[in-house]
Design a protein around this ligand. Structure first.
Ligand code: EPZ
Length: 435
């Protein structure tokens, strides 16, 4: 049964949010557990639908999986399959990271092409060319990838773009290759470093994550490990954006402030008072929001594409005009149509969105078009006058652990309810695949 959020905006937020483990860390780390010799314990594993999809794949492969509170235990010992069926691939396209892990474990892997998503075509050419360079044979037959990599050999691999997923897939496959693999122009994201730390905990020889060059010495037997995932910098950015939009004082706890410094500097420029300590950040916003210099999404350490839409919801209320340039994904402005229903004044030309701030937004019936687009609508609804109804929560639940619980604790008037027929009609009228 679908659910919807009802939000009555215009109330400042006050309090603290304990930030969940990072979705974009825990997904590749859970995939990597199949390579381990013994039970892996992954702590700070958030309760997200993307995590549940990943656990379903692990169980399908034959691994023993159990959740113990905020931890998940995976024993890959009984694993007896090396394919990921289409219905599980369709639940979550980033399951493609299992390709490198299963190849390293079994020497063969089969899965359907992950296909595109709400953000546009999501090619995996960089993944495939790198795995082929390691010696994997990959047949593309009828929408499926049939891979054999029993004798992969490490070598230098240059990425023409610092793809996060491709970097992760190469790190995992290289653990199963003989010799040394050197990735140049690798992605720098903190989630890549987190994956390296987990692999090292399993006994893998991986170094350099966080820089452009990562070196993996493959062929080592991997053992059981216990590891706590790093905090979710995008979830932290989203709650800070909520505080900026609604006003008040919001603290995000158990975070790494340096991982979202490009976001906090934009929020400070917008008129928020930001204070950061070792593992928490407090944002206070009492004065009117101001427009900021152009926001250009870039690979880490640049401004993160995943924070573009929540920050746009803040800019929608700022005095002045803010320009957003989306350099990472082809189609990451789908939330703008729904923000406009709330009174936002935003013009789009290709990868550029020009946000003319308005004095107020108005509550409206809106639906999430994708994960971070849904977060933007939530942020906007918290600052809007009147009541909003947000549907399409399956997108939001992929990446945010019970947002309504945390926001209510901050003083928001928000509740999750079962969807009505009217919600269903709205969603169809919106024409989005946001069921
Ligand atoms: C990861 O996606 C994240 N997902 C995304 O977060 C994040 O937005 C993205 O990295 C960028 O930081 C996970 O970690 C599960 P990419 P990924 O490969 O790996 C092109 C969220 O909201 N490309 O760095 O798919 C691609 O089309 C999600 O949490 C190729 O052309 O990102 C895109 O334009 C959304 N060929 C760009 O590179 C390839 O082979 C960035 O993709 C691979 C990618």
């Amino acid at each position: 049964m679908n659910s919807a959020l009802t939000i009555r905006g215009g109330r400042p937020l006050h309090g603290a949010v304990g930030i969940q483990g990072a979705k974009n860390s825990v997904l590749p780390i859970l995939a990597a557990t199949v390579m381990g010799g013994g039970e892996q314990i992954v702590r700070r594993c958030p309760r997200l639908s993307d995590v549940e999809s990943t656990l379903r794949i692990l169980r399908y492969l034959g691994c023993r999986v159990r959740r113990e509170g905020e931890a998940v235990a995976v024993d890959p010992g009984p694993m007896d399959r090396c394919d990921v069926p289409d219905h599980l691939m369709r639940e979550m396209r980033s399951s493609v990271v299992f390709l490198g892990a299963i190849l390293a474990r079994s020497g063969e892997a089969c899965m359907s092409f992950p296909g595109g998503c709400e953000l546009g075509p999501r090619p995996i050419d960089l993944h495939l060319s790198a795995l082929r360079a390691l010696g994997a044979e990959i047949l593309e037959v009828g929408g499926n990838l049939i891979c054999r990599g029993h004798r992969m050999v490490g070598r230098e691999i240059n990425l023409t773009f610092p793809s996060v997923g491709a970097t992760e897939n190469i790190m995992l496959a290289a653990c199963g290759a003989s010799g040394v693999t050197r990735i140049t122009n690798a992605a720098h994201e903190p989630e890549i470093e987190d994956l390296q730390h987990f692999l090292q905990a399993m006994g893998a020889r991986v170094d350099g994550a966080g820089s452009s060059t990562i070196v993996i010495e493959g062929g080592h037997a991997l053992h059981a490990a216990e590891y706590a995932v790093l905090p979710d910098r995008i979830a932290a950015a989203t709650y800070l954006a909520a505080g900026a939009a609604a006003g008040g004082a919001v603290t995000v706890e158990d975070v790494c402030p340096e991982h979202l410094s490009t976001v906090t500097s934009i929020l400070a420029e917008a008129g928020c008072e930001i204070r950061a300590w070792r593992d928490r950040i407090t944002l206070r916003r009492d004065a009117p929001l101001r427009a900021v210099r152009p926001v250009r999404t870039m690979p880490y350490p640049g401004f993160p594409t995943d924070a573009q839409s929540p920050l746009m919801a803040v800019a929608a209320r700022a005095e002045g005009t803010t320009v957003f340039v989306e350099n990472i994904f082809e189609n990451r402005f789908r939330h703008i149509g729904e923000l406009s229903r709330m009174g936002a004044d935003i013009k789009v030309a290709g990868r550029v969105a020009v946000v003319c701030g308005v004095p107020r937004l108005y509550g409206a019936r809106v639906c999430a078009t994708d994960l971070r687009g849904g977060a933007a609508l939530l942020v906007a609804a918290l600052s809007a006058e009147g009541e909003s109804r947000l549907t399409g929560l399956r997108h939001l639940d992929r990446g945010y652990e019970t947002p309504e619980r945390w926001l209510a604790a901050l003083g928001a008037d928000i509740r999750r309810e079962t969807e009505t027929d009217a919600d269903d009609t709205d969603r169809r009228a919106a024409g989005y695949a946001c069921d």
